[in-house]
Design a binder for this molecule. Structure first.
Ligand SMILES: Nc1nc2c(ncn2[C@@H]2O[C@H](COP(=O)(O)OP(=O)(O)OP(=O)(O)O)[C@@H](O)[C@H]2O)c(=O)[nH]1
Ligand SMILES: [Mg+2]
Length: 430
């Protein structure tokens, strides 16, 4: 089965907590703090894998989690880092934020791993918090939070050229004669049920063509099969629009052309803006040169853009195919190469940064207030509150973050106590 979308939940590893312990040695009665740091949580990393070309593996499992960091130990033992989770996806996979549908990252053709979710940092053990004043800190930093997100994986095939047209016009036949692909060909509609990719090999370099199921009127609204597969031609730089020049099923090629273009427009702007080349197929069925000329002329007149080239071809006899391929290749060289990778629409870091910024200020008793939050905690990790400089720095930070304002709102008065993760300060108005 060909599966080209999947919805999964990914989660990085939580950081291991810092440890609280004190040195116990012979002849050392009151040992200093020796609690070690927690291990870092594992990241969630995506890589492309040439050997995979569907997202079917993700149908069987919904949750994917990296390993958590282990807690620090006594005697300054560092906790083990959590294992990274590496998720293998086909080339051309686009990762979207499930909640908003926004693009997070396009794996494209790249072999660069994409680190999407970062594991929580390991918490500092209490060995970091010994100071001249506080010799026996009972505080160790908890490990950083895990990041979790539901994402949609969407496979958008990587091809330079896409074949579009009504069912049975000969798209797959065309692909089979120009490339190494061997798609199913038959004289009925919807022979092709999922996209086929083929490599066209020309003397001095080639390109990749995608053949998708036939489109019908209403495809952009979901009729037929075409809609689900239009995403596979979104990366293409050129569309070869195939029509049945012989009108074998009573079709009118000019009307078909207009109908398919309406569907492309209805699907999205990306598709309607693509460069097009028209291939009028099945010309072997029209032996009379005059009749041929009439058919081509009629298509030319109905074509909205006079710059679009029209090639009479026959996939059956291969007539006219080579000039078409060389023209397409030349066009590919001329067109800017900017449509193949989709830009990120949301930054994962920003999404989680909001959480990091959060803090909570509470009134705990008549003269006691507490301040908590991941950002504050992070701050404590690298600020020595016992030094005057460190304390001023911290005070400034509390002001900038609006924490002092919140304390005032809660009614704090001079002389009251502010507790921040095991540290207590006396409050003074500034
Ligand atoms: N005479 C003639 N028949 C052709 C030509 N190209 C394709 N056919 C025939 O047209 C029928 C449909 O061909 P396919 O290649 O399966 O058409 P398709 O556009 O891929 O069709 P779907 O996958 O159903 O959308 C088959 O019977 C082919 O043999 C051609 O150039 N000349
Ligand atoms: Mg087909």
């Amino acid at each position: 089965m060909f599966i080209d979308t999947a919805r999964i939940i990914i989660k990085s590893g939580k950081g291991g907590d810092g440890h609280v312990s004190f040195r116990r040695e012979k002849y050392v009665p009151d040992g200093g703090p020796d609690g070690g740091d927690g291990g870092k949580g594992g990241d969630v990393i995506f890589v492309t894998d040439e050997n995979i070309n569907t997202l079917i593996d993700f149908k069987h499992r919904r949750k994917y989690a990296a390993g958590s960091g282990e807690e620090g130990g006594k005697r300054r033992m560092h906790g083990k880092n959590g294992e990274d989770l590496v998720i293998h996806v086909p080339k051309g996979t686009v990762i979207r934020h499930a909640e908003t549908g926004k693009i997070i990252h396009d794996m494209g053709n790249s072999e660069e791993p994409y680190v999407m979710l970062k594991g929580g940092r390991g918490g500092n053990g209490n060995m970091h918090y010994a100071t001249a004043v506080m010799q026996a800190p009972r505080y160790a930093q908890p490990g950083g939070k895990a990041q979790e997100m539901e994402v949609i994986l969407e496979l958008k095939s990587i091809a330079d050229v896409g074949l579009v047209g009504f069912p049975n016009v000969g798209k797959s036949t065309f692909l089979s004669v120009v490339s190494n692909a061997r798609p199913k060909i038959a004289n009925y509609h919807f022979t092709t049920l999922s996209p086929n990719l083929g490599v066209v090999d020309l003397e001095d370099g080639g390109f990749v063509i995608a053949d998708i199921p036939g489109l019908i009127e209403g495809a952009s609204e979901g009729l037929g099969l075409g809609h689900d597969f239009l995403k596979h031609i979104e990366r293409c730089r050129i569309l070869i629009h195939l029509v049945d020049g012989a009108g074998t099923e009573g079709r009118d090629p000019s009307e078909d052309l207009a109908a398919i273009n309406r569907e492309l427009e209805g699907y999205n702007e990306i598709l309607s803006r693509k460069a097009q080349v028209i291939a009028v197929n099945k010309m072997d069925l029209i032996p009379d040169p005059q009749e041929r000329e009439q058919i081509i002329e009629k298509i030319r007149r109905s074509c909205p853009d006079p710059d679009i080239r029209i090639f009479p071809v026959s996939a059956a006899t291969k007539e006219g195919i080579r000039p078409l391929l060389y023209y397409v290749k030349q066009l590919l060289q001329e067109l800017p190469d900017d449509t193949s990778v989709f830009e990120s629409e949301i930054q994962v870091e920003d999404y989680f940064e909001e959480e990091i910024l959060a803090f909570e200020v509470k009134k705990e008793g008549e003269t006691l207030y507490s301040v908590e939050g991941p950002r504050i905690e992070r701050m404590l990790g690298y600020t020595n509150l016992e030094s005057e400089k460190g304390f001023l720095f911290f005070q400034n930070f509390m002001r900038e973050q609006g924490i002092l304002d919140q304390l005032k709102t809660l009614g704090i008065r001079e002389g009251d106590t502010v507790r921040v993760y095991g540290h207590e300060f006396e409050y003074f108005d500034d």
